[in-house]
Design a protein. Structure first.
Length: 306
């Protein structure tokens, strides 16, 4: 595939959008990859990292191996993701703590529109398709209701496994890798490592993520190749079920004390916006519309490019 510098800059921007989504516990970078039109290419490129790549490297050299793995695409995407995570981690952390309703409203609109976008990719609807969609929605909803672990674990083995599990979720539209980290009690140690530039912890998590990614991407590629319609039905369900997690208005049921001695929410449930005296409803709706419109814009650009 022949691409220009401009094309790779756009891929980098898509990577930045994925990185921003993955920092938020409730939004999946996989959803961003899907709606920006790079999801299947991403899966194919990652799954090409295998033993045959070593054979190509040995027999044909670095250039042939780079082409086989779609290296320029992956590098552009990874640079965008890295820049976004490093630069936006503190800003998103501040938004989560100080303006959660507005932040969640934007992502709620974005994810809501992505459901429509992904569902439109389904070419055939039947009873089994609906069953898979409902099962996917039910599983994702159940995951959003799980109680996060109270204790935070920062052992190397645990962080490695957490990285592997989270990356599997990150490349699934609708399942948030960051939320999986929250459930495991690994989100805050990893976010702190990013903010404090603790490259030892970052390297451990990255190693786990690479291991999980190389394994899980092959399964997803196989599903898209042989059962694409049914896979899309499950993914659509995942995203529908995940809406509970990113509903902007939450009531905190239980609290916990973090490592800094500050009380933070542990268990929350979705409630009506009118449950709050200051519900920020107008701004919340506006930001939701911005998120919704952003997906429509991306879809329009993708159609024009095709």
């Amino acid at each position: 595939m022949s691409r220009t510098v401009k094309d790779y800059l756009i891929i980098g921007l898509k990577g930045m959008a994925m990185g921003a989504a993955d920092v938020v516990p409730g939004v999946s970078g996989g959803t961003i990859a899907f709606i920006s039109g790079i999801y299947e290419e991403l899966l194919t490129s990652i799954s090409n990292v295998n033993f045959s790549l070593l054979k190509t490297l040995k027999s044909k050299g670095v250039k042939a191996a780079w082409i086989q793995v779609n290296g320029s695409f992956l590098l552009s995407l990874l640079i965008g993701i890295f820049i976004s995570i490093v630069s936006l981690a503190k800003a998103i952390k501040w938004m989560l703590e100080n303006e959660p309703i507005l932040l969640w409203s934007f992502f709620f609109g974005l994810v809501l529109a992505s459901i429509i976008y992904i569902a439109k990719q389904l070419t055939k609807w039947n009873v089994f398709t609906f069953v898979l969609l409902i099962l996917g929605a039910g599983l994702a909803y159940y995951i959003t209701t799980l109680n996060p672990l109270v204790t935070e674990n920062s052992s190397s083995l645990f962080l490695f496994l957490a990285g592997a599990l989270a990356i599997c979720a990150m490349i699934l539209p609708g399942i948030s890798g960051a939320f999986i980290l929250v459930l495991l009690g690994a989100y805050k140690p990893i976010l702190a490592a990013v903010n404090n530039r603790d490259f030892t912890i970052i390297a451990i998590v990255a190693a786990g993520a690479i291991t999980g990614l190389l394994t899980f991407s092959k399964i997803l590629k196989w599903l898209f190749t042989d059962f694409k319609n049914y896979t899309l039905a499950v993914l659509t369900g995942f995203i529908i079920g995940s809406l509970n997690k990113i509903w902007p208005w939450k009531e905190t049921l239980t609290w916990r004390t973090n490592s800094h001695g500050i009380e933070v929410p542990l268990k929350q449930q979705s409630v009506s916006p009118f449950h709050f005296e200051d519900n920020q409803l107008v701004f919340a709706i506006l930001l939701a519309l911005v998120g919704f419109g952003l997906i429509l814009l991306l879809e329009k650009i993708a159609v024009q490019k095709d």
